[in-house]
Design a protein around this ligand. Structure first.
Ligand SMILES: [Zn+2]
Length: 67
């Protein structure tokens, strides 16, 4: 079960719920500090929270922005 709102698109990219934060998105490669899983994710810029799609480790202090 996922703690945050996201789903995997047909290409396996993790897509976070867009809520009502406009249309600016951040796409980046992520690496889980707990299990080492790497994946691609897209999330609204300025939103917070990241969840590993494999082990479901969550970091609520993570903020999505250009890096
Ligand atoms: Zn993980």
């Amino acid at each position: 079960m996922s703690l945050l709102y996201w789903h995997l698109d047909p290409h396996g990219v993790q897509m976070y719920a867009h809520a009502d934060r406009g249309l600016q998105w951040v796409r980046q490669s992520c690496k889980c500090p707990a299990c080492g899983h790497t994946w691609q994710a897209v999330a609204p810029r300025g939103s917070a929270g990241i969840e590993c799609p494999k082990c479901h480790e969550v970091d609520l202090s993570f903020v999505w922005k250009e890096r």
